[in-house]
Design a protein around this ligand. Sequence first.
Ligand code: FAD
Ligand code: NAI
Length: 486
Amino acid sequence: MAQKFDVVVVGAGPGGYVAAIRCAQLGLSTAVIEREYLGGVCLNVGCIPSKALITAGHFFDKLQHSAPEMGIRLPKGEATIDMAQMQKWKTSVCDRMSGGVEQLLKGNSVAILRGEATFKTAHELNVKSSGGMETVTAKNFIIATGSRPIEIPGFAFDEKFVLSSTGALALSELPKKLVVIGGGYIGLELGSMYAHLGVEVTVVEAGPGVLQGAADPECVQVVARKLKKTGVETLLDAKAKGWKKSGSGVEVTVDVKGKEQTLKADKVIVTVGRKPNSDQANLKGIGLQIDERGFIKTNSQRRTSHSHIFAIGDIACQPMLAHKASHEGVLVAEVIAGKNRAFDAKTVPAVIFVDPEIAAAGMTEDEAKSAGYSELKVGKFPFAANGRAVSLMEAEGFVKIVADAKTDVVLGVHIVGPDASNMISEAALAIEMGARLQDLALTIHPHPTLGETMMEAAEAALGHAIHIIQKPLNQRKEGPSLRANA
Ligand code: FAD
Ligand code: NAI
């Protein structure tokens, strides 16, 4: 006999588990099916383990480079790394978060079915586990089965020499040299982390720059300079051709602007993007429409071509970000419960946990112009003029605010600098609420905090930041777009 539920969620990542909890809160009998780990990629092999190791890398880097100037001396002059302990600590962080998801699901009376789900028909799922096979039916299904790393020809993941992000997050010994193929989110986050831990890192990027299209170009410039300073070599317009074993490590052949180079390293990490898991679970077999990039086609309520099946998170659309997946999880649960909702967020903020961090909400200047805003006010305020940033010894970068010059409505905020990840939520709220520059400038921000840079960037866009010297706007010659202190 098949188990019956109001809602069955497939996949317990940040999309699926959040959807399941919200469904249960709304009084729907709910099950979640998970084949591997509660919390999905995010809590187990993605956001959380990477941020744990990035924190460790940052801490180690500060001990090496900032501590002596602050007057903190290490007994033998230098800090050392116990990689096995670092991994143990990282795993404890992940396990704690994943265990928390289990408690939340149970506490909300969500049935947890462990096993691999496959659609038998559009109304029935098989769940295969070590204990056998069971069948589950539901009035509605939510597909939240996520994505996996893309492989490139000649670099099949063996997780020994050629590592995916999962393997790269699990090294129990620190390598001396790493080659990272792909200078996007993961390549640069993990590349910077290993560089902070003292590893020699070379990034091989196919495009003409790192983080192309992923962030405001001026923000990327700051990070590119810092990568160089940290000792990360970046090969641009470079294509990895193949690799072979060499001694205990690898030799990677790379074509850089038409010239062949050989890079020796202990391991190679391939981070060239992720693809949705839409070729699994018989999604095509039950007739779901899938686009050319592998995303399940959905409408603004994340309803698929079968009206009782919804898709959320990495399997549904870009951006492949955990908070977007969770937002969609809540949305879909509420739609199923009969609420009149659609995906109408003005912005999905994004953070790249590099050094310094990049965070963004809303439009860049170019995007605002393409969207028809002919006159912009752009205000920029440097962390170098912020007391808290200087006292943290992390005064690189800036906050940039892009606003519509006609109305002063904030269109976008781009931050590169310390704790940009935590600062961006204020910008996301401002954009969601249709705030104007004056709202940010006239909100009292506590002192001394990094958040004051947001207020001063808004003041800069209005032409009167206090802690930088600005010419009055009417004495500048920038033309229709007013760039304050750019
Ligand atoms: P997933 O988290 O992928 O979860 C899908 C779940 O479904 C998995 O647990 C899987 O086992 C299960 N599943 C799949 N198929 C089946 C099946 N047939 N039956 C049963 N279960 C199934 N995003 C951020 O926002 N911030 C970050 O800092 C960040 N860092 C990242 C770092 C790395 C190294 C990586 C790889 C990703 C990172 N991401 C980050 C992206 C983020 O992890 C994803 O966007 C997010 O996990 C997507 O959530 P999801 O619920 O759609 O899918
Ligand atoms: P990505 O799309 O961010 O970057 C891939 C990079 O690889 C691009 O710069 C691309 O030009 C390059 N590339 C592609 N093919 C190549 C080749 N053959 N040789 C050399 N370079 C090549 O993909 P990534 O880094 O794998 O991350 C996947 C996704 O995961 C991100 O887009 C993001 O959605 C999510 N993520 C989010 C994080 C966050 O929010 N902080 C952190 C990590 C991942």
